[in-house]
Design a protein around this ligand. Sequence first.
Ligand SMILES: Cc1ncc(C[n+]2csc(CCOP(=O)(O)OP(=O)(O)O)c2C)c(N)n1
Length: 628
Amino acid sequence: MTVRLTTAQALIAFLARQYTERDGHRQRLIGATWGIFGHGNVAGVGQALLEAGPRMPYLQGRNEQAMVHAAVGYARQSGRLTAHAVTTSIGPGATNLVTGAALATVNHLPVLLLPGDTFATRPADPVLQQLETPYAGDVSVNDCLRPVSRYFDRITRPEALIPAVLQAVRTLTDPVSTGAVTLALPQDVQTEAYDWPDEFLAERVWHVRRPAPDPYELEQAVRAVRAARRPLIVAGGGVRHSAAEAALAAFAATTGIPVATTQAGKGALRHDHPQDVGGIGHTGTATADGLAREADLVIGVGTRWTDFSTASGTLFPDPATRFVNLNVTGFDAHKQAALPLVADARAGLDALGEALAAPAHRVEPGYEHAYTEAKARWEARVDAAFAAPDADAVPTQTQVLGLLDALVTDDDILINAAGSLPGDLHRLWRARSPRQYHVEYGYSCMGYEIPAAVGVQLAAPDRPVWALVGDGTYLMNPTEIVTAVQERLPVKLVVLDNHGYASIGGLSAAVGGERYGTDYRHRDTEGAFTGDPLPLDLAANAASLGMRSLRARTVGELRAALAEARAADHPVCVHVTLAAPTAPGDGAGPPGPQAWWDVPVAETARRPAAVEAREEYDRRRAARRRRL
Ligand SMILES: Cc1ncc(C[n+]2csc(CCOP(=O)(O)OP(=O)(O)O)c2C)c(N)n1
């Protein structure tokens, strides 16, 4: 039997009947479809969504990039088992997807992108918003999405949807390949009818696999762990994606091996788990980075080993240090010249734990004692950075985190992506539950937080969801506030205002850039932006988009505003102007970077600051170690 539907109607009907299943739990693969309509999708996917009604919930966004961020927030919070689709018009609506797609793919998070495309039948080239490429008639702007998609297809005939969408869903549900998936839909094909076989539109369940380790690789890994005197686990986002938190906690407790975490992995262990030693790398804790420098075996679990985690190749100075990488992708498992252990994180940890049980393996007491003491020393530094003793004082950034730390429970979710906050959060935040810490640091995309909060709140309707943003990030992408208001989502937005890019300002100073172009100030008579601060009122801006907005000028006001926001059943913005931070690491202020990060400095420069910075850079760079 067949059913006659347009390509767009068949696509939406198909997507509404796809499910994922893992560990016996089954859920819809595509929970909803975001969309902004234009002539490239209104008559096709738009009409199909209207006909589908509640069978495919529709969410209205303000900006295509932001819709992808919201979808990514939703997928990450849902453990990648359920995702959103995003439909756009052709041309600018489609190319606005590129940044969000790259973010999804870098972070291995599923999102289905459905950009409209120019006519397949090409009756009147060029149509509105068409890019004409003189040397290639089959190129459209959607080809920009190829390098940032894990699967890309253009549906130039209705029946071509069948193999394309099956590959699309296979990619979305595969733990190795998931990321952004793009099906470009020419505007004429979207509206063309076809007789679709019933089997195509029947319910389909996609099992999300947990590959077990290869026996040989497991044996090698076990041998390496048993031989190690100072092992360190570095847990990444793969732990979260595999829901391996409990397996990791049990493995660490049984073996006594300390666990450091990347940005994507933070929260895998509760902060008070005895083996949790906090963040690793440039934004890591002194405890974790100290252990890394002394480690003889590093066990990476679900990590891509970015430069932040390895301190740009300087964190593991001992050439004898070996790596074991437990990772579902062979690509990542082989990094750092590691012994690869290609497997799902949970399956791999369980297998390792079992193999190390007889005879029971545990690190030496002296090692355990040393990292336990180092952790206690670090915790005292966190306490000092969080403490805000004077209720009338203007708070610093870390004191804002301290006030949140005092307020939240296991339920709260904190979202951040860029600026100086990811560093402070990674170093200092005390994660209380596995999915509390939601920092997107694979792409570190300014403007992620507010739309992501909308997506996260849709995935976790009963949990308090906080988007923490700098003023720079706010200005880049505030408009999904309107969506939070429209959907009555009680997201909490905390705007930490320091009149510019504090993070890049600090970085600029460190690389001899003299903070050029990083403050939000008027142009002065010499042409530089060193005049008075710009008269921005971001609290009023948020209020103008329909959000309740609270201004906090002091620690006391901030404490009250955060409590009000937490209790509210509607979206609330808390705006706080920060006190200038004390220079990090000068002894008085909060702890700064505990390890290096490679940002190249000008090799030739006339200004003394850059010349000096280059000398320091050459010294640091010499410590880099490549593992081949
Ligand atoms: C989309 C995007 N553009 C540029 C950057 C580079 N960048 C990283 S942090 C930052 C400044 C962030 O400013 P703000 O949000 O105010 O946070 P602060 O640095 O003041 O903590 C910039 C420009 C980025 N990460 N993302």
